[in-house]
Ligand binder design. Sequence first.
Ligand SMILES: Cc1cc2nc3c(=O)[nH]c(=O)nc-3n(C[C@H](O)[C@H](O)[C@H](O)COP(=O)(O)OP(=O)(O)OC[C@H]3O[C@@H](n4cnc5c(N)ncnc54)[C@H](O)[C@@H]3O)c2cc1C
Length: 632
Amino acid sequence: MTVGDSPIEGTFPPAGPPTSGGSVAAGAGTRPLRIAALVKQIPKFEDMRLGPDGRLVRDGLQLHMNDYCRRGVRAGCDLAVATGGTLTAITLGPDSADTVLREAILCGADGGLHVTGREFAGSDTLATARALAAALDATGPWDLVLCGRNSVDADTGQVPAQVAELLGVPLLTGVREVAVDGDAEPDRLLSALLEHDDEWLRVETGLPAVVSCAERLCDPCKVKEPEAWATVDGSLIRRIGAGDLGDGPWGAAASPTTVGDVRVLEVERAAERLDAVDGGAIDGAIDRVLEVLVERGALVADDRGPVDEVARPSGPGDGGDVIVLGEPGRPRPTAELLGAAAGLAEALGGRTVLTVDVVDDWEALSGQGADRVLRHAGTTSAAEVAHVVAEPLGARPPWAVLAPGTAWGREVAARLAVRLGAGLTGDAVGLEARDGRLVALKPAFGGRMVAEIACTSATQMATVRAGVLPLLRPRPTGPFAADRLPPLDRPPVVREVDRRRDDDSDLLANAGVVVSIGQGVDPGDLGAIEALAGRLGAELCATRKVTDAGWMPRARQVGITGHSIAPRLCIAIGTSGRFNHTVGLRGAGTVVGINPDPDCELWDWCDVGLVADWQDALEPLVDAIVAAAGPS
Ligand SMILES: Cc1cc2nc3c(=O)[nH]c(=O)nc-3n(C[C@H](O)[C@H](O)[C@H](O)COP(=O)(O)OP(=O)(O)OC[C@H]3O[C@@H](n4cnc5c(N)ncnc54)[C@H](O)[C@@H]3O)c2cc1C
């Protein structure tokens, strides 16, 4: 990555400072829109804990509106006002969840719809989406359904795509700019800039549509005084139950996933702080940092290369198919998934099948683990791929379907899960075949917990976070079949106007060493920091304040609304170490902090910290590491 000369320019993606903002607009000719905003109540999880039974202790836990949903409500209010329309906030949850509707009304929503009742208890994403889609159907028609991009507790991002699939309408996901133009052609009424992983897309579509909001679309709606919630006129909130929505099943009975063991991942940091503010002490402090790094094995390059060879399943191959949904233009996550799929296929006596648009190099794919390829030539958008592959997979249900945990992978998988009625685990960090079933390890609450999720459906699905599965040594090529799937017989409903990539998210996901940068660094120094990081073979990552300021691409943001990473070594400079950032570094082997403030939160998150200006400490530290471990 090159910092300082970002390819972001012109009006695509958003130009000039402030880069943090998005936009919500409606043209003068737009009819009054009837808008729904789906809002989720989640726990504030900074002080969350598990009880002796391994379950989340809910007593005393503060509950609030999911941060992304706050953007949906704000954008909905703005569009309702601009078009003379209305906004209704909708939530699914117990009685206590009505506070999020009250907050939305205080922020400008015209009313609330509370889908509630004991029948909905235990809903997973598919059951939640079914209940919400049924409620939207029963109370529609709607022009626009706004959602948060994901909830920050479970972080699956599946519900918006599953609602869109159930309603049969387009989904725009990760929307950073949105505009409705009532004078445009019907299939271009809605235009948007989408923020996906490491790229930007400009798209157009018609109404109705589901829109999932990125964090920087607009300011969040927020009422700071919870006492105000009680002042909302209760008659503005309509309650509907299972009886109003049809036969069901609902809740746990409609949920094809089950949660098994849940573990809390407590990270113990050594939290040794070395006061080196006085320049004279810096050499001694750096010697101590180096000692700590050696003791912790942080200088020994972990072998991130191939650890094993891709398995070759044997036998007749009738144990079931493991399908990998290959994202167009992203070979690395596809290769990671194929290696894992081949291992699963070997365990169950099945075969690995890759769905992909083009086959450039069949030998490479065969070596990576594909026994068969289903080509959806010419079809690449998530919604279309889900539809094209659903037919053959529905006719012969596979044992499992794996997809990358990218924006594309999450949408294809979520839509396909609706079509196949399959359980889907989002953003898994591990996969295992146990007693003939797939068990996926799913982090939640910013990685503070990991749950084992299994599926009760015939086909078991998971999206997998990039960079967590090892890239295996290719096996010798072998039997390989390729079939072409029939194309869609209708034009795409979302028109892609432009697409640009401004980073490569695989680089950070797979980095062994990172330098994490906060806003205590001057942007003019980023080039020098990048050069120092380069000597360690390190990638740069950043706090939200840095990516908000546009100094580095958004794909570099680490934290609760950014990425979670697991490098062997992280050197954090110019950051205060706030929870929302450091939670994304929980997987780091060793963290070194550099900050002149002896009282900042960063020290609790470090194994060893230098109370110093990064300008004094980083270069000598890099020199010392290179001298001890050799150049990268
Ligand atoms: C809903 C929500 C989600 C969020 N999600 C994220 C997220 O995903 N990721 C994220 O990062 N943040 C996130 N945030 C923001 C987060 O809470 C913090 O505000 C942010 O991480 C702080 O960024 P910072 O450390 O760069 O800046 P600051 O907190 O301003 O810290 C700057 C630090 O730089 C130090 N400094 C100054 N000069 C030097 C120097 N010369 N050498 C060394 N250090 C120096 C200062 O002492 C200070 O401690 C989120 C916030 C909210 C509300």
